[in-house]
Design a protein around this ligand. Structure first.
Ligand code: SAJ
Length: 418
């Protein structure tokens, strides 16, 4: 079986490698020449895929990385795993459109095309199908099959990898569902069929909107609990003792990454576009989460003020820039807005984060290689934003420098919690 995976990022490459593992001939397509060159050289840039796995796939002749759709000809199944970002706060489906237009002429009778990218309900049937039909001259659902299966890749998750995570599958009609489910049944342990592609598209948006809204809830709770003099962290921990009907979320300096700050807005955009109504939960969650960096800065200013220090000229040390622990990904990370605000007030900002590579490091922020006692003691204030697993807390436990802890990892006098 010849499988094509369009988009070789943190979602597409694991799909491609799994297809290789189950015996498919796989073509990985990406429009980023640097990525294709790295893949062709056997160098993986995706945390969950080792270069050894990639090299073995290349050596075995069952994987090719390319920018050239000529290599795609004769495919049986094509999986589209391209980004669906926001552009000026609006959904940007251009990568799906370009991929579909490139695939369409190569669709044959009996082919299957599956979309995995996160998008609003209706995209598969209203955007993808017409492009494929127009470019192939064939009829979707009859001559070839089309479906939607949301990605659930959680980078770095050692428990729930691609194979172990149940995969929701759908088709534009029954024959398409059979084709799509048949494909994924070869790759993953469990497939979860739903009646239509719109239900599958909504499933993914529900999963991430659920998180986004609940994170916003505890963020707003944290703001009010602080003003009320109540320890919200202790209450969240206590609520977590409830063995049913509760799911723990924790406050933070904001919501980063390529999923949560983006996906729910696809839902609220569609509701506004198609129904002329506002999806208030999403818009409120966006507002609360987007303003957490401003709240962190307000708390930092108050702590400096308690020390009779102005922000201007203060040496501030940020611990953690990435959007969550264990990754060097700084996309939409709260640290970006926090840095902007602090530097606009004249603070001298440096940071320590061993996960963030140089090419992703903010140009105006001093890079601290190692969190030593001297570094901590010579700062005017320390702000904990992300708690990477390997971060040694000893220096933070022992320094006399005040610490603003947005992740509740320290409990001692002189440390102020979010
Ligand atoms: N965050 C909080 N409090 C929380 C949880 C998260 O402030 O209680 C913040 C994080 O610090 C981060 C942001 O929210 O800045 C997003 O965190 P996340 O844990 O949701 O991590 P993501 O963005 O990598 O989300 C991915 C999603 N996976 C996919 O979209 C396939 C999400 O659906 C997963 O549930 C999530 O990983 C996961 O479970 O780790």
């Amino acid at each position: 079986m010849k499988t094509v995976v369009v988009g070789q990022g943190y979602v597409g490459l694991p799909v491609a490698m799994r297809a290789v593992e189950v015996g498919h001939d796989v073509v990985g397509v990406d429009l980023d020449v640097a990525r294709v060159e790295l893949l062709q050289s056997g160098t993986s840039y995706v945390d969950d895929i080792s270069s050894e796995t990639l090299t073995a796939a290349l050596a075995g002749g069952s994987y090719v990385a390319t920018m050239d759709y000529a290599d795609v000809a004769g495919f049986d199944v094509a999986v589209i795993t391209v980004p669906t970002p926001l552009r000026d706060s609006l959904p940007d489906l251009s990568f799906i459109e370009m991929s579909a237009a490139s695939l369409a002429p190569l669709v044959r009778a009996g082919s299957t095309v599956v979309l995995e990218s996160t998008t609003y309900p209706g995209t598969t049937e209203e955007l993808l199908v017409p492009i494929l039909e127009q470019g192939s001259g064939l009829e979707a659902g009859t001559d070839f099959f089309v479906g939607y299966s949301p990605e659930r890749i959680d980078p770095g998750n050692k428990t729930w990898g691609f194979v172990e995570t149940p995969k929701v599958v759908s088709g534009i009609n029954d024959d398409s569902l059979v084709a799509v489910q048949g494909f994924y049944d070869q790759l993953v342990e469990t497939t979860v069929p739903v009646s239509g592609t719109k239900e599958a598209e909504l499933t993914k948006l529900l999963e991430n909107t659920f998180r986004h809204v609940n994170i916003a809830l505890v963020n707003e709770l944290a703001i009010f609990a602080h003003q009320l003099g109540v320890d919200v962290w202790e209450s969240i921990e206590a609520a977590s003792s409830k063995p049913f009907g509760f799911m723990k979320f924790t406050p933070g300096p904001g919501v980063g990454g390529h999923c949560l700050p983006v996906d729910p807005s696809y839902l609220s955009w569609q509701v506004r576009q198609k129904l002329g109504q506002s999806f208030r939960f999403v818009e409120l969650a966006n507002d609360v989460n987007d303003h957490m960096p401003d709240h962190v800065v307000q708390r930092v200013v108050a702590m400096l003020n308690d020390e009779s220090k102005a922000v201007r000229g203060s040496k501030l040390l940020l611990v953690g820039l990435a959007y969550k622990p264990g990754t060097g990904d700084v996309r939409e990370a709260p640290s970006k807005r926090i840095i902007e605000l602090l530097q606009s007030m004249g603070a001298e900002v440096s940071a320590v984060d061993g996960h963030v590579e140089d090419h992703r490091w903010p140009a105006t922020v001093g890079k601290i290689e190692d969190l030593t006692p001297v570094v901590a003691d010579t700062s005017d204030l320390i702000v904990v934003l992300t708690h990477h697993p390997e971060l040694s807390l000893r220096v933070l436990e022992e320094t006399p420098t005040p610490v603003f802890d947005s992740r509740n990892i320290l409990r001692r006098p002189g440390v102020v919690q979010l």
